[in-house]
Design a protein around this ligand. Structure first.
Ligand code: FES
Length: 126
C-alpha cells in the first residue's frame, strides 16, 4: 500500500512554475498547471540528469516539462514523452542529429507520482 507524504500546501506551488521538493531523500519536481498539481522524480529518463537545473534552464509550460540538457519534453501529469532529444541546452538542432544526442537511448517516460490534494494539503504517494 502506498505511503502518503505531505509535500506542502496548495499555495506553496505557484501556477506554471516547476518546484523541487525532497521526498524520503529523493528529489521530486512538482508542477501546477490549471489547478492540477503533478509530480515526478527529478531525473530525466534519457541520461538521468536533473530536470530542475541545467544549461537550458527550468522549462515548464502548460503542464509540460522540458529537460534543460537535451530538450526532451514530457507531460508531467502522465510522464509521457512528447519529444525526445531534439536539441541541446534549449537550442534546436537538425532532426538527424537528435539521434546522435539520444546516444542510443529509446524514448522513455518520466517516473511520476500520484498526487493527492486533501483540503489545503498536497501529498505524493510513494
Ligand atoms: S538528460 Fe534529459 S534529454 Fe538528455
Amino acid at each position: 500500500m502506498p505511503e502518503r507524504i505531505r509535500i506542502g500546501s496548495v499555495d506553496d506551488f505557484a501556477d506554471e512554475q516547476l518546484h523541487t521538493v525532497e521526498v524520503k531523500g529523493t528529489s521530486v519536481v512538482v508542477g501546477r498547471a490549471g489547478g492540477e498539481v503533478c509530480a515526478a522524480k527529478n531525473r530525466c529518463p534519457h541520461l538521468g540528469l536533473p530536470l530542475n537545473k541545467g544549461p537550458g534552464g527550468v522549462q515548464y509550460d502548460g503542464g509540460q516539462v522540458t529537460c534543460p540538457w537535451h530538450n526532451s519534453r514530457f507531460d508531467l501529469a502522465t510522464g509521457e514523452n512528447l519529444d525526445w532529444t531534439p536539441g541541446f541546452a534549449g537550442m534546436k538542432v537538425p532532426r538527424w542529429s537528435s539521434k546522435l544526442i539520444a546516444m542510443g537511448k529509446k524514448p522513455a517516460p518520466l517516473d511520476t507520482y500520484r498526487v493527492v490534494i486533501d483540503g489545503d494539503d498536497v501529498y505524493v504517494e510513494v
